[in-house]
Write a protein that binds this ligand. Structure first.
Ligand SMILES: NC(=O)c1ccc[n+]([C@@H]2O[C@H](COP(=O)([O-])OP(=O)(O)OC[C@H]3O[C@@H](n4cnc5c(N)ncnc54)[C@H](OP(=O)(O)O)[C@@H]3O)[C@@H](O)[C@H]2O)c1
Length: 295
């Protein structure tokens, strides 16, 4: 069979990775205990990868790996707590990695919650992953891939952009705009990583993906999730289909040279202009670096 030959809207993660042999590779996946992270762990493991599964607690990560029957390593990583993030990175230091899936996320918190003075969606979805992934990069092997989960919801940040002067969220809080901002940050972060790899001549890639609309626990903060999913029924995917784009970006041979891009439905897609703006990417990187230096 041709490796992952079908890549369409309805393709599953299993279908797009069919024929791909990941034996001997090690993948880090955040948010391994639920939804798309859990399914990605199952499928990458099915293809032979060793999974390092991260969840808020080691027990949660271990329970997921055990239930899935996945050969793997469970690590605690609470993304809103940089002590936990740094401990997770330290536990992995020196371990050769072939890929990192920055998958964990929270969505549409109904009211403003701050972590270290920063709006929590921006902190968990972007800042926590920035620290984790940057710390793991020295161990990412040549040919290694970083896949960052973004969302079509990044478009909701459009007119406001990153609004880093409102990183605390206090000037005007809007649940979806702030989620969109964090997902815009995810694309810009992947873009920065890709530029960095290229500048340093490293044969590594970084891409961001939109998985689709999938009924997972991500919607736990949405007041009436059933109504939202009913409205989006025509474009809804199953979890098996929803994990396809990230598994495709992670493993497909045709993407070995693709970096700094945004994918949806297992295909390259154009994000909003702000998401391909290198000045914005640099501003986000500098802002995040300065923030984490003082936490
Ligand atoms: N589902 C969709 O329709 C959709 C659409 C576009 C983009 N996405 C993106 O896809 C990714 C995966 O989402 P999903 O649908 O699989 O959602 P999910 O089932 O809710 O899974 C999210 C994962 O993130 C973890 N997480 C949340 N906050 C965390 C924190 N502070 N520290 C560490 N881990 C944390 C959760 O852990 P707990 O279970 O312990 O909370 C869970 O394992 C997210 O980045 C999301 O933005 C999803």
């Amino acid at each position: 069979m041709v490796a992952g030959s079908i890549a369409q809207f309805h393709s599953t993660a299993e279908a797009v990775t069919a024929g791909i042999d990941l034996t001997g590779t090690t993948w880090v996946i955040t948010g391994v205990n639920s939804g798309l992270g859990r399914e990605s762990a199952r499928v990458l493991s099915l293809r032979g990868a060793h999974i390092i599964g991260l969840a808020r607690s080691e027990a949660n990560a271990q329970a997921a790996l055990t239930e899935l029957g996945v050969e793997g390593t469970a690590i605690a990583c609470e993304l809103s707590d940089l002590t936990s993030v740094r401990a997770a990175a330290a536990a992995l230091k020196g371990r050769p990695l072939h890929g990192i899936m920055a998958n964990a996320g929270i969505m549409a918190l109904p009211s403003l919650v701050q972590t270290h003075g920063i709006e929590q969606q921006l902190f968990v979805n972007h800042v926590g992953h920035f620290v984790l992934v940057n710390s793991l990069l020295p161990d990412l092997q040549p040919g290694g891939r970083v896949v960052v989960l973004s969302s079509e919801a990044h478009r909701m940040a459009d007119s406001h952009g990153l609004e880093l002067d409102n990183a605390h969220g206090q000037d005007s809080y809007h649940a979806w705009r702030m989620y969109g901002r964090s997902k815009l940050a995810n694309i810009l972060y992947a873009r920065s990583l890709a530029r960095q790899f290229e500048l340093e001549g490293q044969a590594k890639t970084a891409n961001a993906v939109h998985p689709g609309v999938i009924r997972t626990r991500l919607a736990r903060h949405v007041p009436n999730p059933d109504r939202m999913f009913d409205r989006l029924k025509k474009i809804e995917k199953t979890v098996a289909q929803g994990a396809a784009t990230q598994c495709y970006a992670a493993t497909h041979p045709s993407l070995a040279q693709t970096s700094g891009r945004y994918l949806s439905d297992c295909a390259l897609t154009e994000p909003i202009a702000a998401a391909i703006d290198d000045a914005q990417a640099d501003a986000l990187w500098a802002w995040t670096e300065a923030l984490v230096a003082r936490i």
